[in-house]
Write a protein that binds this ligand. Sequence first.
Ligand code: DER
Length: 233
Amino acid sequence: SLLESAKKAAAFRAVDECVKDKDVVGVGSGSTVVYAVERLAERVQKEKLQLVCIPTSFQARQLIVENNLILGDLDRYPQLDVAIDGADELDNKFTAIKGGGGCLTQEKIVASCAKRFIIIADYTKDSQTLGEQYKKGVPIEVIPLSYVPVMQRIQTRFGGKVQLRMAKSKAGPVVTDNGNFILDWLFPESKFDWDSVNTQLNLMPGVVETGLFVNMAEKAYFGYSDGSVKEKA
Ligand code: DER
């Protein structure tokens, strides 16, 4: 599809420009990253690169193993050269919403351990302000027992609407790779200080992590259906 070719263009460009021999590479989660792993595998074969790949989810782990890439972990590689991941939306101040795929917690941990954090996405994720194009709100991972009080506290303090993310091919709520629930906060139109919101949310007892990646990415590659790529830094 047109969007898939846009994702592929961004992923290939990022891997070609940001990964070098002997790098320890954080591998994100979602659909765009699938193309990044495909390109990593291609380059390892063609250029005989020696890479170690650190996963950000069960999905990323499978991608690394299925593509015969060397699987590492943060115990052995607590500092990464580069992490490459998708995003649900990125604003013009480099705040990203992530977690559409429910993997935000390990993604943020791995991104925080990388010298360079690179976002790859199709052009529909490139916004001026958050909420312009992505309408599913900010994902927040919570300890299951806390989800109702946390929902109420978010609604009271910030407004909008908070929903427990329900699974599609499993009865009941989505359970993350860490055994937690996900709340989706449909935030109201307004000029939020996302750094402050992220901090306040993270201080709420029961919140494990938010999908607000504030000023973490160094660069973003946005792909277009014609195969062109726009870089934002
Ligand atoms: O869930 C996630 O954080 C993913 O990285 C998401 O933000 C992007 O997924 P996509 O590449 O399938 O759009």
